[in-house]
Design a protein around this ligand. Structure first.
Ligand SMILES: [Zn+2]
Length: 110
C-alpha cells in the first residue's frame, strides 16, 4: 500500500507505481526478501526506514454508527419495512459488513 501525505507531489504516486510495477519479483516474498526492503531506496534518494508492518484492514463501523443512514431512506420504504415486519440491510462501504435493522428499530424513525 502506498499513500501520499498531504502536500506530496501527485507525480510521486506515479513514480511509486512504476517502481513497484518494474520490480514485481521483489514482492513475491516480502517477509524474507532483502530486495523488497530496498524498494523504497529506488524511489527516494534519502530515506530512513523506521519499520515494516503488514497492512491489515480495520474498520471501526458498528450498527450504531450506521443507524443514521436510515434517515437517508425514503419514508415510504421505512414504513413498508415496518408494516411487513421485515428488515433493512445497510452495508458498510468500507469493509462490506452487513447490518440488519428490524421493524422495531425502524419504528422509531417513522
Ligand atoms: Zn465497516
Amino acid at each position: 500500500m502506498a499513500q501520499l501525505l498531504p502536500g506530496a507531489p501527485i507525480r510521486l504516486i506515479h513514480t511509486i507505481r512504476n517502481v513497484i510495477s518494474d520490480h514485481q519479483s521483489y514482492l513475491i516474498d516480502p517477509e524474507t526478501s532483502k530486495t523488497f526492503k530496498e524498494l523504497p531506496n529506488l524511489i527516494f534518494e534519502d530515506i530512513d526506514i523506521v519499520g515494516i508492518e503488514p497492512v491489515r484492514l480495520f474498520c471501526g463501523c458498528s450498527k450504531e454508527i450506521l443507524y443514521p443512514m436510515l434517515f437517508a431512506l425514503d419514508k415510504e420504504e421505512l414504513a413498508n419495512a415496518y408494516e411487513n415486519d421485515s428488515f433493512i440491510e445497510i452495508v458498510c462501504n468500507v469493509c462490506g459488513k452487513k447490518y440488519n435493522f428490524d421493524s422495531s428499530e425502524i419504528a422509531s424513525l417513522i
